[in-house]
Ligand binder design. Structure first.
Ligand SMILES: Cc1cc2nc3c(=O)[nH]c(=O)nc-3n(C[C@H](O)[C@H](O)[C@H](O)COP(=O)(O)OP(=O)(O)OC[C@H]3O[C@@H](n4cnc5c(N)ncnc54)[C@H](O)[C@@H]3O)c2cc1C
Length: 292
């Protein structure tokens, strides 16, 4: 997003991505009016409006499906600013952003593992594992919660902290569901003693939905997380056991019918860290993670 905004100010940039190709990880993001304004400025919003679900209300239910509250913040935002809230599949957002980068001639270089950052008097120099080097006026670290820009340069003392909570999630088609759908076209959440279960449509036709459950999972090291994420059967059993007190039939059905359940440990960044130097700045999760 930033590269596209900079282009509008006639500032050129190159994106360096550690992965060898665009990833397909991720469920569906709730993007509210402030994010949608920016997406509109870079020519992405209209596309999202056509392919994603508008979810103006947030409904909260108890474990037996009784509605205990509703927040109409999306409705309020739309009335006040002209932009409400959209539930956006990450893959749709990513594909459109990459398309826009291509249209604007902004290069993305894949498979680039950052090894060194050096601040010069009039700019900054970066080196990568494959021997490539590049120089620019500024370096923006938008490289996520485990940011190499932060760890190599801006503030190596700051380490991401596991929040104690993880999220299990899936996206599935709705056409084969037989249980009653207990919510409207809103984002909805069932709060219960052992977690929070959310479910929401992700497209305007309501033919696909995203669900997640966030709950406590003990910390593991990197290899432990990878092993945990790869054990699909254990993940399914874990969530079935977790939500066993919920009596809403749809919940069990969507877990059973999920084509693939994915897993995400939630990390955060201590709030008192440094987020910039003379020539480098951190943005997004690299700087602040998501508030828990
Ligand atoms: C379960 C869950 C649900 C969420 N739901 C929402 C929501 O509903 N709404 C919302 O707004 N937010 C939500 N978030 C938060 C949101 O996903 C993040 O805040 C957002 O993705 C951060 O974007 P980012 O660009 O800073 O980092 P990332 O999305 O992490 O992107 C970082 C990029 O940098 C690359 N990278 C990493 N290391 C390097 C390196 N060394 N060199 C080069 N490239 C590198 C990565 O491969 C990746 O492409 C959720 C997060 C989680 C975990």
């Amino acid at each position: 997003m930033l590269a596209l905004l900079l282009k509008q100010l006639h500032i050129s940039s190159v994106l360096y991505e550690i992965r060898n190709a665009p990833g397909n990880l991720g469920g569906a993001l709730n993007i509210t009016s402030n994010g949608l304004v920016v997406l509109d400025k870079i020519g992405v919003y209209e596309h999202l409006k056509q392919h994603c679900a508008e979810t103006l209300d947030a409904e909260i239910f108890n474990k037996d499906g009784k509605r205990i509250g509703v927040s109409t913040y999306g409705r309020y935002l739309k009335k006040k600013y002209g932009y409400g809230t959209l539930r956006v599949m990450r893959t749709i957002l990513q594909t459109k952003l990459l398309e826009r980068l291509k249209e604007e001639g902004i290069e993305v270089k894949y498979g680039m593992k950052l090894t060194e950052i050096e601040e010069l008097e009039d700019g900054v120099k970066v080196s990568f594992l494959d021997g490539t080097q590049d120089e620019g006026d500024m370096l923006v670290g938008a490289d996520g919660i485990h940011s190499a820009v932060r760890q190599l340069h801006v503030d190596p003392s700051i380490q991401p902290e596991y929040s104690g909570l993880s999220t299990l999630y899936a996206i599935l088609p709705t056409k084969d569901l037989v249980s009653p759908i207990y919510f409207a076209d809103s984002f909805n959440m069932i709060t219960f003693t052992r977690g929070a279960f959310g479910m929401v449509y992700v497209n305007p036709e309501h033919s696909a939905a995203y669900w997640y459950n966030s709950h406590e999972i003990p910390s593991r090291d990197r290899d432990g997380w990878i092993a945990h994420g790869e054990d699909a059967n254990a993940i399914k059993q874990e969530i079935i056991e977790r939500v066993s007190s919920i009596t809403v039939p749809l919940v069990k059905e969507v877990i059973e019918k999920a084509p693939e359940i994915r897993f995400f440990p939630i990390y955060s960044i201590p709030l008192d860290g440094k987020w910039y130097t003379q020539k480098a700045i951190l943005i997004g999760d690299a700087a602040h993670g998501i508030p828990i």
